[in-house]
Design a protein around this ligand. Structure first.
Ligand code: AMP
Length: 411
């Protein structure tokens, strides 16, 4: 089925053609006609499915059908995302697909100066892509007018709730006009998401695309059992022996990510860390250097890496297993995309036995275990509880406080 049959206008078809897309992905096929009928939508789709174009294309189409006649543009469409990286990526897609249309779009997130955003808003924009915290800063400073928004998209809504954005989201919903079209995209459906959708969506259509088949041929998963103290050495060994050119390494904590990145650099392996404590400019630079191949290893925490779209990423390493088993699926979904081969390697020490069991239960599969010569675990080492930072931090998916940054902190 070609894109033409979806009822998109010529400027959009031209932009799609420029991207080299020949046909819509399953989520696009299903979601675009529903959105164009102006219905609310609840979509179960994760990064890698083509979901961004799935909501951006029909949004642009609807905006172009109801062009205001004259004057300064007003914000008619609002897209909320959990992280700055995702906001930036969605904004890129909006600009890309909308390049032959006359709309102005802008991205709003914290960690950068607010004044340039105020200047851009004053000039007028049609589409805003924002993280909730900084958007509310603009609301309270009255530097944004959301009274004409008739199109709202919540992208990666599950992650927004995980990150504690529910109150911010409710505040934003309260100031939007009551009549509007709402789309909610989420990879998972918890009770909390259900509550949000019940109050937000108006008789929504439901679209659910299959989760990426994580046991597919395209992603090889392997576990290397190893002692905790030997993990860094093993990682350097794998990278150099395998001549890996581009590898994304996951850590549980920001501190751990920094430390590992420094140690790898000492081993002569170019590396950068990406996490919520870094300035936005540092994060953007780290990602750009990694994409260009200047940096060989990108060490990331789950939240910072979420939604990052890197084509043809061949290696993902879980230096530490995630506390939440679903994060394992998200992590390994960074590789083996768009028909390319990928490998997901997990370095697992005795302390992580329970985390591994939870992951294998979730994916309904035993992951192949392979001890690398010279790195066999010492059987006399006893398991120790995995260190979690002190502090409350509770939510429905019981994760430790250290991976739930406060919304304020993420501005
Ligand atoms: P997303 O799930 O939105 O993060 O998209 C994942 C990737 O799929 C992005 O790199 C898009 O450029 C790409 N993509 C989106 N739609 C299509 C399509 N119809 N055909 C081929 N690639 C696509």
């Amino acid at each position: 089925m070609p894109f033409k049959q979806l009822g998109l206008c010529e400027p959009l078809l031209r932009a799609i053609k420029e991207q080299g897309y020949t046909e819509p992905t399953p989520v696009q096929k299903e979601a675009i006609p529903i959105i164009l009928k102006k219905r609310d939508l609840l979509a179960g789709a994760q990064t890698g499915t083509g979901k961004t174009a799935g909501f951006t294309l029909p949004m642009l189409e609807l905006l172009s059908r109801h062009k205001p006649h004259s004057g300064k543009p007003v914000v008619r469409a609002l897209i909320l995302t959990p992280t700055r990286e995702l906001a930036a990526q969605v904004a890129e897609s909006v600009a890309l697909y909308g390049k032959f249309l006359p709309f102005k779009s802008m991205v709003i997130f914290g960690g950068v100066k607010i004044n340039p955003q105020i200047v851009a808003l004053r000039k007028g924009v049609d589409i805003v892509i924002a993280t909730p915290g900084r958007l509310l800063d603009h609301v309270s400073q009255k530097t944004i007018d959301l009274s004409k928004v008739d199109f709202l998209i919540l992208d990666e809504a599950d992650r927004m709730l995980d990150m504690g954005f529910i109150n911010d989201i409710r505040k934003i919903l309260a100031i939007l006009p009551k009549t509007r079209q709402n789309l909610l995209f989420s990879a998972t459906f918890s009770a909390e998401i259900k509550r949000l959708t019940d109050s937000l969506l108006n008789s929504p259509a439901l679209v659910e695309v299959a989760r990426r088949n994580i046991s597919s041929e395209q992603v090889t998963q392997v576990i290397h059992p190893v002692d905790k103290e030997k993990k860094r050495e093993l990682l350097s060994h794998l990278i150099t022996q395998g001549n890996w050119k581009q590898v994304l390494v996951f850590m549980r904590t920001k501190h751990g990510a920094n430390r590992l990145s420094e140690q790898l650099s000492k081993d002569g392996i170019t590396s950068a860390a990406i996490h919520g404590n870094k300035s936005q400019n540092a994060r953007t630079k780290a990602l750009a250097d990694f994409k260009s191949g200047e940096v060989r290893v990108l060490v990331a925490t789950d939240i910072a890496a979420r939604g990052i779209d890197i084509d043809q990423l061949p290696h993902v390493v879980n230096f530490e297993l995630p506390n939440v088993p679903e994060d394992y699926v998200h992590r390994i979904g960074r590789t083996g995309r768009a028909g390319n081969f990928g490998e997901a390697v997990s370095l697992v020490c005795i302390d992580e036995k329970e985390l591994l069991e939870n992951i294998e239960r979730l994916i309904k599969k035993d992951i192949h275990k392979f001890v690398i010569k010279g790195f066999a675990p010492d059987p006399s080492i006893k398991a120790e509880p995995i260190q979690k930072k002190r502090g409350g931090g509770s939510n429905n998916r019981s994760r430790p406080n250290n991976r739930t940054p406060s919304p304020r902190g993420r501005r």
